[in-house]
Design a protein around this ligand. Structure first.
Ligand code: R5P
Length: 311
């Protein structure tokens, strides 16, 4: 069996360390240099020859810096004769750029997938892509995990006798339904339309939320525009309380504090797919390191990954 070699980019060192601890393997050192002209250079400081190399890098702010770093690390691993280069991308930022919905716009989700392959990535392990079809942008194998197991385990500790799961949009309703099934709950969904990065409209909620304890489930919270708009509709329809859950807690523009300030929001739950700068007593962060480590171990050993993480 080829040796495993795990390297981490600089986007999320805490998650890399936790994954390595679960795998019981050392984290291999990386030297990152920035030249006077602002160009980056990466040196992997451990032997890659004929190794099964895993590079862990979440595409979080500063996204472009972290992306280039990941591309350079993949290039360095390939150039150092790695047997296989696996990119572990807990948050794939460009997934929201997945269609041509305005004239002359770029489709970053596809471009970044191509860049990764060009840089030498043979395989991708990622978590909760914005939409499942982004998987199809990759010309190499992708193991696409979700965090429904972790989120459901958290909510099973709560009194769910009056609860309903609500997806903010119809696009995520399938995942919300899978999550609701795990908890034995009904599901509802918002009819959402996004006008811009900072403006969304939810015209109606399909399903019954009056008097219920709502668990909002989304793939990510960025500015919180979606969840604030949904909160307005839920209040209008008489929801009793709201817990907000997502995989990627990006919390741009102070969204965490703004959301936590709402009296009817009882808790906010996310995973550590992105590093969190802020903390709040209403916030619970669930670790995806055990799931990612298990998937890495299965990929390395040629075992089934899907059987572990099926809906
Ligand atoms: C978008 O359609 C996603 O499912 C999320 O609802 C969105 O990315 C959240 O972004 P924001 O918090 O800025 O509305």
């Amino acid at each position: 069996m080829r040796e495993i070699a795990v390297f981490g980019g600089s986007s999320h060192p805490a998650l890399t360390a936790e994954i390595c601890a679960h795998l019981a393997v050392p984290q291999r050192p990386v030297l990152l240099k920035r030249f006077a002209n602002d160009c980056l250079e990466v040196q992997l400081q451990s032997n890659c020859r004929e190794r099964d190399v895993f590079i862990i890098q979440s595409l979080v702010r500063p996204v472009q810096e972290n992306l280039v770093e990941l591309l350079l690390m993949a290039d360095a691993a390939r150039g150092a004769s790695a047997a296989r280069v696996n990119a572990v991308i807990p948050h794939y930022a460009y997934a929201r750029s997945d269609k041509k919905d305005a004239p002359r716009i770029s489709i970053g989700g596809r471009l970044v997938a191509d860049l990764l392959v060009t840089a030498g990535v043979d395989r991708v392990l990622t978590l909760n892509l914005h939409s499942p079809q982004v998987h199809g942008f990759f010309s190499v194998p992708v193991d696409h995990l979700h965090a429904l197991r972790e989120l459901a385990a958290h909510f099973r500790q709560r009194d769910l006798s009056n609860a309903v799961v609500v997806s903010p949009d119809l696009g995520y309703a399938k995942s919300a339904a899978a999550f609701a099934r795990r908890l034995g709950l009904p599901v509802a969904a918002g009819a959402k339309e996004r006008m811009s990065d900072s403006e969304v409209r939810i015209a109606a909620i399909i399903g019954d939320v009056a008097g219920r304890d709502v668990i909002v489930l989304d793939d990510e919270i960025s500015r919180g525009t979606t969840v604030f708009e949904l909160l307005d509709r839920l209040r209008e329809q008489g929801a009793r309380s709201v817990a907000v859950a997502c995989t990627h807690g990006l919390f741009a523009d102070n969204a965490l504090d703004k959301l936590a300030a709402a009296d009817d929001v009882t808790e906010i739950v996310c995973t550590n797919s992105a590093p969190l700068e802020a903390e709040h007593p209403k916030l619970t962060v669930l670790s995806v390191a055990p799931a990612l480590a298990e998937a890495i171990s299965r990929i390395h050993n040629g075992e089934s990954v899907s059987s572990l993480f099926d809906h």
